[in-house]
Design a protein. Structure first.
Ligand SMILES: *Cc1c(COP(=O)(O)O)cnc(C)c1O
Length: 227
């Protein structure tokens, strides 16, 4: 597994306007350092404590992206440095991020995560839930978080037509929210969709960020279970 070659191949195939988030969850510091030495600066993690310990060791010009489910009680581990939280799916989490960001005098950029896959287990908001959140009194009071776009995870399937429809659905949600709530807001511009198996489709459907792990760092095996 040559990380430099992988990242070079993937990055050079991305169109302008699509940012690569290298998903380094479960991977050791040396692997992240290798990608960093190549020139990669944006890394994705899904566990707050793991992200915080990597942050402490690695160069400070890395952008850390939280892509996994985040519990309110764990926000404190990442609030001082996280670059973008991709996985905001309820108002209480957004409020907690706001509160913790305030302590550091900063504003945390966030994406709203939508449920676009067919599996019942995948997390994320519906369009209606997002509207309810954006129209709430509580949301209006938040000053230390900023919603800059949307995120979604497609169904894990060989059926590329289905994956394409799901990504298209997320793009439609983005467009509707943009019209209704963020028309004047140039910061609302990100569509985070596409992983190792489906990022080419995501690009065709209009993503601005892809989150790629195993195609860069190799598969993640833990206790003989693929994670
Ligand atoms: C793990 C993960 C990825 C990367 O998945 P790969 O298939 O390894 O590229 C992307 N997005 C999220 C939310 C993830 O949890």
């Amino acid at each position: 597994m040559n990380i430099n070659e992988n990242i070079e191949r993937i990055a050079s195939g991305l169109p302008k306007g699509v940012k690569l988030i290298a998903v380094s969850k479960t991977k050791p510091i040396e692997d992240i350092q290798a990608a960093y030495d190549w020139g990669q600066r944006a890394f994705g993690e899904n566990r707050p404590q793991e992200m915080a310990s990597k942050y402490r060791i690695l160069p400070k010009d890395i952008e850390w992206h939280m892509i996994g489910q985040l519990q309110e009680k764990n926000v404190k581990y990442i609030a001082s440095f996280v670059h973008l939280v991709h996985s905001v799916d309820h108002l209480k989490l957004l409020s907690k991020l706001d509160k913790e960001a305030f302590k550091y005098g900063r504003c945390i950029d966030c994406l709203l995560e939508f449920h676009i896959a067919e599996e019942l287990t995948k997390s994320g908001l519906t369009y209606e839930q997002a509207v309810e959140m954006l129209e709430s009194e509580v949301y209006r009071t938040l000053r230390n978080v900023k919603i800059t776009g949307v995120m979604g995870i497609a169904t894990y399937t060989e059926n590329t037509d289905q994956v394409r429809m799901e990504f298209r659905h997320l793009k439609q949600i983005f467009d509707r929210l943009k019209d209704r709530f963020f028309a004047e807001d140039r910061a609302f511009k990100e569509i985070s969709m596409g992983m190792s198996g489906d990022y080419r489709i995501a690009i065709e459907e209009g993503c601005t960020m892809v989150r790629i792990g195993s195609s860069i760092f190799g598969s993640r095996l833990l206790k003989n279970k693929l994670i």
